[in-house]
Design a protein around this ligand. Structure first.
Ligand code: ASP
Ligand code: MG
Length: 422
């Protein structure tokens, strides 16, 4: 039996009817048994569902938002299918289920669990649409509910994978199907031990592809994107970017760690552990090679630029005329851990600890509230964190001009600056 190939198609690759048709074209000469397709929600559906939940939480009317989501999916389908096609019954069914879920009571306390019951509908809808369309095109695939395969704990919204359970599900349920047909499933979602829907964190579909790639011991995983592959900077933000034809796992992992959004940060490890190559390729130019991320790539020396926006710089000053000690750092990190906040940059001085974090709703307020009794806390919002790997002086200087620099730090391999556009 040939080893499994995993293909992941993200939101942009299924955002409208022409995009879905394009996927069929990509698969026309590539689809085969032992191929697993992982799809995300269409376009910005996950954001729309989040918006709807926000309104529900505030007790506001969300019926218009529901209709927009429904009309969007029906609109795509009207371009892809004839009237009376079975897809319309599938969608109606999913929208009835979603409607029922939304009738339940939502409070701040059950928010995470409620969120996971709702948010995965984006993937359930898109995977139905894509699989029906492929089958119509003679590209026969089996639709698989990812909740039967991806086993997780019950940390709703950031579920942790139960690897043993997922491997067992792959062996018992998924592999036998893959031996007969290509299979199409959803990214991002899974289920806990009680069968409740869970999600892996925003943009988690790449991670799903890697989890299943690992559990199936796949030959490779391919992520189809709207960029030509992995570039040394985001082409939407920087000029003269260069495409990597290959990268090694650790270089790619570092890029994602610092915020390169081309792949989800958790994607590399499950693949690197088994030496499974990860391809990043363009769905707009499917015959080009893209980037191969694997263990044998030659080391990269080209500077890599990663920009993270919406950053907050928080400084904690010790108040009792002592110096910063381990216990202060421990106190701060305990709170960060409690609030599930990741530190993007850290700097300590004699009397203060400075951290840079993503700006996330409510979290900064809670952090300030909880640490205020122990420190004199100051913060600055609306900042950018720029990281350059393999920095060159000229490039660094060009990235400092025209900005107010709030914090700067560097080693031979990494340069980071927190800046504000002037
Ligand atoms: N649809 C989910 C999100 O937008 C998962 C994904 O696209 O990877 O976060
Ligand atoms: Mg998405």
């Amino acid at each position: 039996m040939p080893k499994t190939l995993v293909y992941k198609f993200g939101g942009a690759s299924v955002k409208d009817a022409p995009a879905v048709k394009n996927i069929a074209e990509i698969l026309r000469n590539r689809l085969r048994k032992n191929m697993l397709l992982v799809v995300s929600a269409m376009g910005k559906t996950t954001n729309s569902l989040e918006k709807l939940l926000e309104l529900k939480l505030k007790g506001k009317d969300f019926s218009e938002n529901s209709s927009i989501i429904k009309d969007y999916h029906l609109g795509v389908c009207s371009e892809l299918f004839d009237n009376g096609h079975v897809i319309f019954a599938h969608l109606e069914n999913l929208f009835i289920q979603l409607g029922k879920e939304l009738e339940r009571e939502l409070t701040e306390k059950n928010y995470d669990e409620f969120y996971d019951r709702i948010i995965g509908y984006g993937e359930l809808l898109s995977s139905r649409i894509v699989s029906e369309y492929l089958c119509d095109q003679g590209l026969i695939v089996i639709w698989q509910d990812a909740r039967e395969i991806v086993a997780t704990d019950s940390s709703f919204r950031f579920a942790k994978v139960n690897w043993e359970g997922t491997k067992r599900n792959c062996r018992v349920q998924l592999q036998p199907k893959l031996d007969q047909y290509p299979v199409l499933t959803q990214g991002f979602i899974g289920a806990d031990a009680k069968g409740k829907m869970t999600t892996l964190g925003r943009e988690g579909s790449d991670f799903t592809a890697a989890i299943l790639g690992n559990c199936l011991k796949a030959a490779s995983v391919t992520i189809w994107k709207d960029v030509p592959g992995v570039l040394n900077a985001d082409p939407k933000l920087f000029e003269d970017t260069q495409l990597f034809s290959e990268l090694d796992y650790s270089e790619a992992a570092q890029m994602t760690y610092y915020g390169a959004s081309v792949i989800h940060p958790k994607t590399i490890k499950p693949l690197a552990n088994l030496n499974i190559p990860l391809y990043v390729r363009s769905f707009l130019d499917p015959d080009s090679d893209g980037t191969k991320i694997y263990g044998g790539a030659k080391p990269n020396n080209l500077p890599v630029i990663v920009l993270k926006k919406n950053q907050v710089l928080v400084s904690f000053r010790v108040t009792d005329f002592t110096f910063v000690e381990e216990k202060h750092i421990e106190q701060i990190f305990e709170q960060l851990n409690f609030l599930k906040l990741k530190v993007n940059m850290l700097q300590t001085s004699a009397i203060s600890v400075s951290i840079v974090i993503d700006s996330e709703l409510f979290k900064l307020e809670n952090l300030l509230k909880n640490l205020h009794p122990y420190f004199d806390v100051r913060y600055n919002e609306g900042l950018e964190l720029l990281t350059i790997l393999h920095p060159e002086r000229k490039l660094v200087d060009s990235q400092l001009a025209d900005f107010e620099v709030l914090l700067e730090q560097g080693t031979r391999n990494t340069f980071q600056v927190v800046r504000r556009p002037m």
